[in-house]
Design a protein around this ligand. Structure first.
Ligand code: GLU
Length: 497
């Protein structure tokens, strides 16, 4: 079939600007991008806005921002420019008109003057368009046109036989021409349909590989015939499987989902991943894993590593359930292996958004003890926000936070009270020296480590969950830690009503 093996690789992502980016589209883009990068080719962004009713202002910026966030560089596009622009279809209308006319003049397409009423009648028969203008006398068509009757341009599909094409993922696919319609290429308003526009553009933009959703497979024979009519060398096509809902039933919805198993909502739009505190590299890794396998039983790999192995041919033909349950795990792995500086900069914005004033020095101290504990960046707020709150305004938590399992306020007060001189007497206030001393101390007062450490944790953080107690106290410093322990003692001494 098509031998494109020595063609310079140029792939593209061609979204319609209909609002925020859905993760399914981004996954298609990611595959196209990985393939281009692997082959040292180019990746192009083209905006398909020929259905003007669906166009949402601001979408192009959202699309571009999604790529920026994911670190997927674009070689040519609306923002980057390039030798084959413009990259927005509504700015290329003349080109489509020219080639639509060429198809009519060369006998591959025809003008169809069917009115809305006529079309409705035809639809009512259940058979669709009956090709009534396909062999319409040229002179009469010219009259209708001269009289100002609106028309569309339709493609002349072969009426019988088969159309076969090669899909990189599925192999040879065959279609029965008798089942196919004479599709509209140009609408009466002068806008092309997707069928015409993408082919004219993929040709003029020298696209070598078209990656698109499986929904387009039924139109594939039409597209093959259009390429043939133009006499242009067609690109290779890869029809990508779609993402299904996490339970494997139905196509992944466009809106944020309730994830039945976890009772939490599942992000499906790029900005929802950002807002939920996922790292761009984790999201990229997550998406690359859906319908493609790195191999070696590895779920975690860098983009660079994926790039060295990725091939469109290896994409699984079957649709995949959205494996959202893996995302938190992957994200925590990425957080654990991030450089402190990088993670600090991400956490800083999250903390600032939550209203904290972030001291960089303190943040650098806190990051290493948080790294193994965060699933998402957002977890920093409940877990470690207290480090960045106004220390002078710290208030002791209520007794139900302070008192640990199998303890009461009397025993908690005793533990806290007696730990003060031990902590005061330490030569250095490092976490390890505290840990040694407090382990001994716990033994001497007859409580478990968990009870003693937990009481201290609650006293100095005001929370049940926090980074490890002694690392936390080391960062707070001896003076502040002791001050907080004393505040806790006061709180315990208050009569409870
Ligand atoms: N604009 C089309 C869509 O969003 C693009 C399909 C393609 O990549 O050719 O489905």
């Amino acid at each position: 079939m098509t031998d494109n093996s020595n063609r310079f690789v140029r792939t593209r992502y061609a979204p319609s600007p209909t609002g925020p980016q859905h993760i399914g589209g981004i996954r298609s883009a990611l595959f196209a991008w990985l393939y281009a990068r692997r082959q040292r080719g180019q990746f192009i962004l083209r905006i398909e806005d020929t259905d003007q009713k669906r166009t949402v202002p601001g979408s192009i910026e959202l699309i571009q921002e999604s790529f920026d966030w994911l670190g997927m560089d674009i070689d040519e596009g609306p923002r980057q420019g390039g030798a084959f622009g413009p990259y927005i279809q509504s700015e290329r209308l003349e080109l489509y008109q020219t080639w639509a006319n060429w198809l009519v003049d060369s006998g591959h397409a025809y003008k169809c003057f069917a009115t809305a009423d006529e079309l409705k009648e035809m639809r009512a028969t259940g058979k669709g368009y009956d090709r009534r203008y396909r062999d319409y006398p040229a002179a009469r068509a010219a009259e209708l046109e001269a009289a100002g009757k609106p028309y569309v341009i339709r493609f002349k599909m072969p009426l019988s036989g088969l159309t076969a094409g090669e899909d990189m993922i599925r192999g040879i696919v065959e279609f029965d021409n008798a089942q196919l319609q004479d599709a509209v290429l140009m609408k009466s308003d002068g806008f092309p349909t997707y069928h015409l526009a993408h082919i004219v553009d993929d040709y003029h933009m020298k696209i070598s590989h078209v990656t698109r959703a499986i929904e387009w497979l039924p139109s594939f024979p039409l597209h093959l015939r259009i390429w043939e009519a133009f006499g242009w060398q067609q690109p290779q096509y890869a029809h990508l499987p779609v993402l299904l809902n996490p339970n494997g039933k139905g196509k992944l919805s466009k809106r944020k989902q309730q994830f039945a198993d976890a009772g939490k909502s599942v992000p499906v739009l790029v900005h929802e991943f950002i807002e939920a505190g996922y790292l761009p590299d984790a999201v990229k890794n997550f998406l690359t894993n859906i319908g493609w396998n790195f191999g070696d039983n590895r779920e975690m790999f860098s983009t660079q590593e994926a790039m060295q192995r990725f091939d469109l041919k290896d994409v699984n033909a079957a649709n995949s359930a959205y494996p959202i349950a893996k995302l938190d795990w992957l994200n925590s792995q990425y957080i654990q292996t991030s450089k402190v500086e990088y993670l600090a900069s991400l956490l800083k914005s999250v903390l600032q958004e939550a209203g904290y004033t972030v001291d960089d020095e303190r943040l650098r101290q806190v990051v290493p003890i948080l790294q193994v504990r965060l699933k998402t960046l957002k977890d920093v707020v409940p877990m470690a926000g207290f480090f960045f709150a106004d220390w002078a305004a710290f208030q002791a938590p209520p007794p139900d936070i302070l008192v640990q399992r199998k303890m009461d306020s009397v025993s908690t007060a005793k533990v806290l009270e007696e730990s003060i001189p031990v902590l005061q007497g330490l030569k250095d206030f490092s976490a390890s020296s505290q840990h040694g001393a407090m382990t001994q101390f716990a033994k001497s007062v007859g409580f478990k480590n968990g009870q003693v450490f937990g009481s201290l944790r609650a006293a100095v953080t005001g929370q049940r969950v926090s980074p490890p107690t002694f690392e936390t106290m080391e960062i707070l410093g001896r003076e502040e830690s002791l001050r907080r322990i004393k505040l806790a003692l006061q709180a315990l001494a208050q009569p409870t009503s």
